[in-house]
Ligand binder design. Sequence first.
Ligand code: DGL
Length: 276
Amino acid sequence: MNRPIGIFDSGIGGLTVARAVKDLLPQETIVYFGDVANLPYGEKSTTSILAYVIQICDLLLQHQCKVILMACNSASTVAYELASAHVGNKAVVLNVIDPFVDYVGSQFSGQSIALIATQRTVQSGVYEKKLQALSSGIILNSLATPRLIPMIEASFSQGIDQPMINHYLQHAALQEISALVLGCTHYAIIKKEIQAFYADSKPQVAVVDASEIIARYVNRFLTHHQLLCTSRQAKDYFMTSAMTASFEGAVYAFFGREVKLTRMAAPREDAASLGG
Ligand code: DGL
């Protein structure tokens, strides 16, 4: 089906997923929204996140997206069911958590692993609950690492703060593990720096991010439902609610300068229409 794939996140984190999708499915057109004006989602109320997500879904539907991929764990945690109900049969809504949990459950069964994510995702216990439902025998410790988000969001203009990363990774909750699961799409951007922390002293710790796993899931989904594009359609299109130098730098770093990039009005907490 020759309609685009819509992908959104609070900022640049979802670009890691978008890039992986594009690498696997080069025929597909991506329409991306980064809600930089409202970042960080991980610190926002449920009401706010629900309102933002509904407005973003409406925007992506205006672009005729066949799939809306929530490339944000915090939004997936809070708003997946509502987004699916709101979008109805106009498109398919996919979240990042379910396929990622399935992967982690199958790869690390019976092991002690840890999750780093936003406050929202950690407090919800969504990874623990879903892993438990798989009876994977995984022991999961979780740590909220919220200061990483603004640092990463600004990293394409201000660089990466390795001491901040190391500080979090030294936390007691993250010791004696065989894998560290990156439960926030922003963290894939600092995967190399996280691996560098473990390289000398604990090279056995696997650092697992969701981007390629989600891309393979999207591929399987589109193939199974015969929704794949049959020919290259249009330029990839990126929208943001705040055009920061870092967002612009990240889009060009991930997708090159050929793409379209536009600033849009920011979703507002009081502006959602739940009418569908
Ligand atoms: N990238 C988002 C996630 O996966 C979170 C960033 C934020 O808190 O805005 O949870």
